[in-house]
Design a binder for this molecule. Sequence first.
Ligand code: ADP
Ligand code: MG
Length: 406
Amino acid sequence: MPVLPPNTIVGKYRIDNLVGVGGMGEVYRAVHVQNGNVVAVKSLNNDRESGTALARFRNEAIIQFNLRHPNVAELYEYVDYPGRPCIVMEFVEGQTLHDLVRQEKGLPPARALEILAGVCDAVAYMHVKGVMHRDIKSENIRIAADGTAKLLDFGIAVGKSTPALTRAGHVIGTLQNLAPEQVRGLRGDARSDVWALGVLMYEMLTGNMPFDNADSGKVARNILEVRYTPASEVKPGIPKRTERLISGCLLAKPEERFATAGILLREVQRARRPKPPGLGVVRIGSREVPVLHAAIGVAVAILLAGYLVILIGLLTHREPVPAGRPTTMIQRTLGVAAGTGLLNSFGDIRLKGRLPDGRGSLNRAQSARPSLSRDRQGAVSPKRLSTPGTECHNQSRRKELSCFHS
Ligand SMILES: Nc1ncnc2c1ncn2[C@@H]1O[C@H](COP(=O)(O)OP(=O)(O)O)[C@@H](O)[C@H]1O
Ligand SMILES: [Mg+2]
């Protein structure tokens, strides 16, 4: 039997039917008696109207009244109905995210990301205003008829003007959604909401809670040790970058998590963007590298290897000279194409070979720079070179000079 039976008049509204029951009270669908607008009326439980419950209910109304966001149910007014204070707010037709996730046994990643983006946007907006929700869970989110996620239930939210309503060391919230610091009885901060957003994403993707057990002691231990089965093991096919959103929220140390819901939102939006067509990733060891980056890396490696081969060739080049022919002078700088740098370093000429008249061999270095010239194609050709006892001429305009003992 609902506390407020149908047709009860609460302020300007006529109660229609009960739509939900929570820890603090009941929520009804109601209709404005004059203009017919449909609203939700949340009334505080009669037996809960202790000083603290009332103070908390008023705090809920003040916090929600000061929030204007497309992903937050809008609060219209506070009605002091005798013995049952009520808040009147936007009625969110549809179902709770909890029911949707259980019905679908987990949502497709794209849909889960869309919902998470909306909730994150609302939480980021609240954090900027200095408000922490502290009870982010699928039961407190409704999916409106047009698919929009609406955040509800600011019953334990805290803002800048919230009085101290919780005793120190007293755990508040829903155990399965609590961050390790909250399990330890600490107050937590915006990063505890970031943890809860990670739990929510896991639940949406898998249909299960990451920390779930009939034994609440075990749940608390698993939260403190951050022990959970990765979402992709529960439900294969979850993209890595989507799963990384969960692991970036579910970290024991608050300072290691996404620092704010705003930062998490940016990552969610990035994960929602489609990958550029035709470009995938390749695995190198344990890392995923975009194909484009890998291709650039391979091209650079090939170029460097080619350069090294040319260099080694230049440094080790020895050209045999057949006996009997005029001594050939070999220019060590084979790599004209390798450019001026090489030429400057190795721009010497080595006279090498046997002298034609059988008077011994020749293997002598000589700087060719003074007599080097370039032809129109850029090829370097010493035209004429004389060393003591040897006379050389360029006959073919190639890299070889004919040298004669003089
Ligand atoms: N604005 C609303 N429109 C439609 N249903 C609502 C609305 N607010 C709450 N409800 C329903 O009532 C249930 C209890 O509301 P909630 O604010 O979470 O109460 P509690 O603080 O007691 O947990 C919710 O799970 C939701 O299904
Ligand atoms: Mg609730």
